[in-house]
Every structure is written in C-alpha cells, then in structure tokens.
Design a protein around this ligand. Structure first.
Ligand code: ZN
Length: 338
C-alpha cells in the first residue's frame, strides 16, 4: 500500500508503507474513498513542529469498514463510518463528560492519507451513517472527522447562543466552518475576519453577516466599532498564533467567551492583563466524537454542507502538490482521492 509520509520540512512523499491490519481486538480496518489535508498538517510540513523520523500523515477519515477485531461490537464490515482524529473508548469519565479527545485511552490518529486505515478503539471512536451515503455526500461526511467538528467545538466553547454576536478569527477551513456552526447555533450576527476574497465569499455562504479585513489592533478597533464599543459575545479563535489569540481576547466583551481551537504555537498570556479582560477562555483539541451523531444527521438531512470547504481535489498520488497548494494558500482545503 502507498501513502503520504513526511520526511522533513516540505518533503512529503507518496511511498510504499506496510498495509494496516488488525493489531488489537478493538481495532477496525477502513477503506477510505476520500481523505484530506488539514491546516495542522502544515505545522510539521513547514518545519515549525519538528519531524524526527518519517511520519505517516493524515488524521481525517471516513470509509467502509473492511474488518473488525474480535472485541468490536458496535460497528461491522460493510458499514460506512466516520471517526474523530482522536480515538476514544467513549466510556471513561472524560468521555462521559463529553471530552472524548481527552479520553484516558486516547491516541491521535495518523496515516489516514492512504487508501486503508487502522482505527483503534473502534466501538468508542467510530459512528456509522444510517446507510451507505451517495458519493456527493462523502466530502461533507469527511469534513466531520475534524474540520467541521473542530469549528463546531469552537462555537460551543465560545458559548454561541441564539441572538448573539459572534466573531470568527481565522479564515482557514476551521474558521469558515466555525461561521457555519455559529449560524446553525442561532447567532444573529457573525463577523468573519478575512482579507481573502474567495474565503470571504464562502464565509458569506456559510452565514457571515459582516466581513472585517483589518487585523491585530486595527481589527479589534473595527469589531468595537461594529458592536457600538462593546465587543462580541463570543469569539472563535481558529489560528493559534499570539496575534490571533490577542485579537480574539480583545474583541470579546467583558463576560464574553473565547473558544480557541487553533493549536497554539508560541502563544503566551499575561495573568494580570487576562484578569482585567473579564473574558472566559475554553478550547483544546475538539471532542469531535461528542458532536458526530448530530453532525452526521445534519449532513444526512442536507441541512449543512461542510464539504464546500474542499476547493481542490487531487488523486492521492499527487499529495505533494496538495500540501504546496495549502501552504501557499492557493487552496482552502484539499481533498485526496485514493
Ligand atoms: Zn474515554
């Protein structure tokens, strides 16, 4: 089997790998009709997160169950399933509180940019669709595995509620789907921060009511202007840099909340400054598993179409071009066909 492996900064190769097989009795083996590249794959690709040994890439997946281990009870061969980028037993206390991405048995998935994938803890990680999906629905189902689930968590963590004013910092795929989530959760006003015309357009399709092109302090000033000097009720931080985090905190009104899902890189807080903002912070790796049943239902009924974030589709063997396109921001998100 061939799959995508990162050897070092900007050195991604489509190479022969050992075919996945059942190792633990709780495993499942999936055949993937589609996979994709995540914004977070760009951290090691750009050399910002170190790569010490060749790393099989990809953690977003959905597909047909080919085989299950002896202990697997809730999924069976032939089903179409979606799982989170973080595995979970879905039974430990953290899972039961809805924080499956902090499961005591959590593993972060890798190696999904391939035709076949091993998923540990299949019972607690995978959710089956009601029946086999139509081909055109697959990109939207794939998006649930991380990017849609993460955008959704950003909105939930920021306490988005009907009638509220929401700001989304970051116009990557997660930010754009954060806009969709905020809209679905009933926000009245959704302000997307973006200076990229194609992304602004998609943000509007997903429900953005306003676009702010300024960044940093100028961006915060613009948000204050749009909210009569008050700030937003809820801010979704979907980037993970010092600038984006400060932009998010300063755009939030006292008593408001920031939901942060961009993996922080070099972000630091000053306790005293944070103290006087009166802002709630909640975030982390999204507990996608908590949201999967509801999100599958929304996609199944045609109420949301998160697959629209894929604006470039390539055969899996051209994975290197996919990384380049996302690195250079020529593509919002790349779908790969094994
Ligand atoms: Zn657990």
């Amino acid at each position: 089997m061939k799959g995508a492996v990162l050897y070092g900064p900007r050195d991604i190769r489509f190479v022969e790998r050992e075919a996945p097989r059942i190792i633990e009795p709780t495993d499942a083996i999936l055949r993937l009709p589609a996979t994709c590249i995540c914004g977070s794959d760009l951290w090691p690709y750009r050399g910002i997160s170190p790569v010490s040994e060749p790393m099989p890439m990809g953690h977003e997946y959905c597909g047909i169950v080919e085989e299950v281990g002896k202990a697997v009870k809730s999924v069976r061969p032939g089903q179409f399933v979606i799982g989170s980028f973080a595995t979970s037993d879905n039974t430990c206390p953290h899972c039961r509180y809805g924080y499956q991405s902090s499961c005591v048995h959590r593993e972060f998935m890798s190696g999904a940019q391939a035709p076949v994938l091993r998923v540990p803890l299949a019972d607690g990680t995978l959710v089956a669709t009601p029946e086999l999906p139509r081909a055109e629905m697959i990109p939207s189902l794939l998006a649930l595995s991380d990017v849609m689930g993460t955008g959704w968590f950003a909105a939930v963590a920021a306490n988005v509620q009907p009638g509220k004013t929401v700001v989304v910092v970051g116009d990557g795929a997660v930010g754009l789907l954060g806009v969709l989530a905020a809209k679905q959760l009933g926000a009245e006003r959704v302000i997307a921060m973006s200076r990229h015309p194609a992304r602004q357009q998609l943000a509007r399709e997903f429900g953005a009511t306003d676009i702010v092109t300024e960044r940093g302090d100028a961006g915060v000033a613009r948000i204050k202007e749009l909210t009569k000097g008050v700030g937003a009720d809820a801010v979704l931080e979907c980037v993970g840099t010092q600038e984006s985090m400060m932009q998010a905190i300063h755009a939030t009104r006292p008593g408001g909340s920031v939901g942060y899902v961009g993996v922080p890189h070099g972000v630091e807080f000053h306790g005293e400054e944070l103290f006087y903002t009166h802002v709630r912070l909640h975030g982390g790796p999204a507990p996608v598993r908590r949201f999967l049943p509801d999100l599958i239902d929304l996609v199944w009924k045609g109420k949301i179409n998160p697959g629209k974030v894929f604006d470039l589709t390539l055969p899996l063997d051209q994975v290197a071009e996919g990384y380049r396109a996302m690195d250079e921001r020529r593509a919002i998100k790349v779908l790969l066909r094994p």
